[in-house]
Design a protein around this ligand. Structure first.
Ligand SMILES: O=C(O)c1cc(=O)[nH]c(=O)n1[C@@H]1O[C@H](COP(=O)(O)O)[C@@H](O)[C@H]1O
Length: 232
């Protein structure tokens, strides 16, 4: 069976837990995501540990955000790990995004638009002209013009972003919660089925899977539900 378009966020406190989650979920999902918690604790070796013998895609979520020269160096440094996807913050600006794209030619650079944990009043306080869907749309077109081939946005904006950037850009949505699941620190959320129906290519899901007593079964259940949605 084709693995579901899900990136499981391995936000684990230690390598053993992350590797165990990875081995439980990889039969069911296309991608596993290594973020700041694991990468900052264990460094580049973490990639080989979670990849194991599986052919799963690695999504390296470092959300780079600095001046173009520094981001170029950082993107080049991690590109030798051959992640399929690497994140940068879209608010770093066009030159920074372009620097990442040029420095990691074998990796899809995903620009994170507006974090899914932020709501309208957060944007207001940050001085970022909203509403969120308008800010996401602006940052999406800036990022694509700068060469990003993937965008990260919440499921709330994904349909509008798809209309803005067309079919060739990979749209990645965190802020995904199965019906009835705890929203936790996320603000702009939707169900996996809704996110996919609205045009997402890859759903980032962490705690609803990794916080479950059986992460393998939780991933399998969401994957099965997505298959039912796309079949109907
Ligand atoms: O870039 C990301 O992956 C990301 C962007 C964003 O706007 N919001 C967001 O939650 N994420 C990541 O997606 C994952 C969501 O995890 P859960 O909230 O546990 O499903 C975390 O690893 C976040 O770092």
């Amino acid at each position: 069976m084709t693995p579901a378009p899900i990136a499981v966020a391995l936000d684990a406190p230690d390598l053993e837990t992350a590797a165990q989650w990875a081995s439980l979920v990889t039969p069911h999902v296309s991608t596993i995501k290594v973020g700041l918690e694991l990468y900052l604790r264990y460094g580049p070796d973490v990639i080989a540990s979670v990849r194991g013998a599986s052919g799963v895609q690695i999504f390296l979520d470092l959300k780079l955000h600095d001046i173009p020269n520094t981001v170029a160096g950082a993107a080049k440094a991690v590109s030798r790990l051959r992640p399929a996807i690497l994140t940068v913050h879209a608010t770093g600006g066009a030159a920074m995004i372009r620097a990442a794209v040029e420095s990691a030619p074998h990796t899809k650079i995903a620009a994170v638009t507006i974090l899914t944990s932020l709501n309208e009043s957060d944007l207001d306080r940050m001085g970022l002209a909203g509403p969120a869907d308008e800010a996401v749309r602006r940052l999406s077109s800036l990022s694509v013009e700068a060469g990003a081939t993937a965008l990260v946005c919440s499921p709330h904006e994904v349909a509008a972003v798809r209309a803005e950037v067309g079919p060739d850009i990979t749209l990645i949505t965190p802020g995904v919660r199965p019906q009835g699941a705890d929203v936790q620190d996320q603000a702009r959320v939707a169900t996996p089925e809704q996110a996919l129906a609205d045009g997402a290519d890859l759903l980032v899901i962490g705690r609803p899977i990794t916080g479950s007593a059986d992460p393998g079964a939780a991933a399998a259940a969401i994957a099965a539900s997505l298959r039912r949605t796309t079949a109907s």
